[in-house]
Design a binder for this molecule. Structure first.
Ligand SMILES: Nc1ncnc2c1ncn2[C@@H]1O[C@H](COP(=O)(O)OP(=O)(O)O)[C@@H](O)[C@H]1O
Ligand SMILES: [Mg+2]
Length: 301
């Protein structure tokens, strides 16, 4: 228990004594990470660094933040990025309609208007909320690649300070940073300056064994045999030249749907009947249908 006295020691470092412990906590919350991801999360928490997770859609990036919040018993604060997002939507804004009401009320009563830029008119957006909650929060900055360069630069500033000065209110700062998970689907390259501030991990689609386990964990009604056939089929499907490769959620949905339909062995008919649970693009469905034997593993291998 000497660690408890360590002032310079991150508060987070006390939460998990080893990567293995973190790994089993994640598993207990139905998240099965690859070893590299578990190490990255462990280090990010221990060193108080943001963790940047990149990977294709559906590989489990967002889920990391959700599960971490659950495990740590913290609130999850989510900043969903989109094209055109700016600091007013991310940090704070003023409640203009309430200010207007206050002005009208003051005028009607013939009183002077008091503080229009006080805390009561301040709308806290996710970043301000995270600054205030500090170590009691997990901050998820989701799909940062969708935001523009300018916003990324602004974010970098917030991440380096975890403080903000609202001119009318004063400085708000957190003593310790929240745990920060940043995700990107890599539709564009993020800037080096931001990457330098973060630890980085690329999440791949899971390998066969792990995807089978994920299905069994998330959809326990699916038999081991069916889970294996579905995971193998999705693995082969991902090698086709499709526009959207199915993510883990699609694998789980496909296995659940097949199980629900009473299918215990994947064949051409059951695969085509339920294709909409795993391939959600018309052109991709055509491609899969045209290569169905290969997807089902029936082409000689
Ligand atoms: N390693 C994993 N263990 C358990 N479930 C997973 C894992 N990876 C993905 N999933 C499942 O896939 C779903 C989609 O993951 P998500 O985090 O939304 O993907 P992304 O943010 O990368 O697009 C999750 O809700 C979860 O059910
Ligand atoms: Mg996501």
């Amino acid at each position: 228990m000497q660690a408890a006295n360590g002032e310079g020691m991150s508060r987070n470092a006390l939460l998990f004594t080893s990567v293995a412990e973190l790994e089993s906590s994640l598993q207990a919350h139905s998240y099965l990470p690859d070893r590299g991801l578990a190490i990255a999360i462990y280090l990010a928490l221990s060193l108080d660094k943001p963790l940047l997770l990149e990977g294709e859609a559906g590989v489990g990036k967002t889920e990391v933040a959700k599960v971490l919040a659950e495990i740590l018993g913290r609130s999850l604060i989510r900043l969903q990025c989109y094209e055109g997002i700016d600091s007013n939507q991310a940090l704070y804004d003023w409640d203009y309609s309430r200010q207007l009401v206050a002005i009208r009320a003051a005028q009607a009563e013939g009183k002077p208007i008091d503080d229009l830029f006080g805390g009561e008119f301040l709308i806290e957006r996710p970043l301000l909320d995270a600054i205030k909650k500090g170590p009691d929060a997990v901050l998820l900055i989701d799909e940062l690649d969708r935001a523009d360069d300018e916003f990324e630069a602004f974010l970098l500033e917030v991440l380096s300070e975890f403080a903000v000065t609202v001119p009318e209110v004063g400085r708000i700062a957190s003593q310790r940073p929240p745990a920060v998970i940043i995700t990107s689907n890599r539709t564009r390259e993020l800037h080096d300056a931001l990457k330098r501030r973060c630890l980085y991990h690329w999440i791949d689609h899971p390998g066969l064994e792990r995807e089978v386990e994920i299905i069994r964990t998330r959809a326990p009604e699916v038999t081991q045999a069916l889970a294996r056939e579905v995971a193998a089929a999705v693995g082969r499907l991902r090698t086709l030249d499709v526009a959207k490769r199915p993510g883990v959620a699609e694998t789980i949905d496909w296995a659940s749907a097949l199980s629900f339909m009473g299918v215990d062995g994947l064949d051409a008919k059951s695969a085509l009947d339920t294709l909409g649970t795993v391939v959600k693009d018309h052109e991709d469905q055509r491609i899969v249908a045209a290569h169905l034997q290969r997807v089902l593993g029936d082409d000689g291998d």
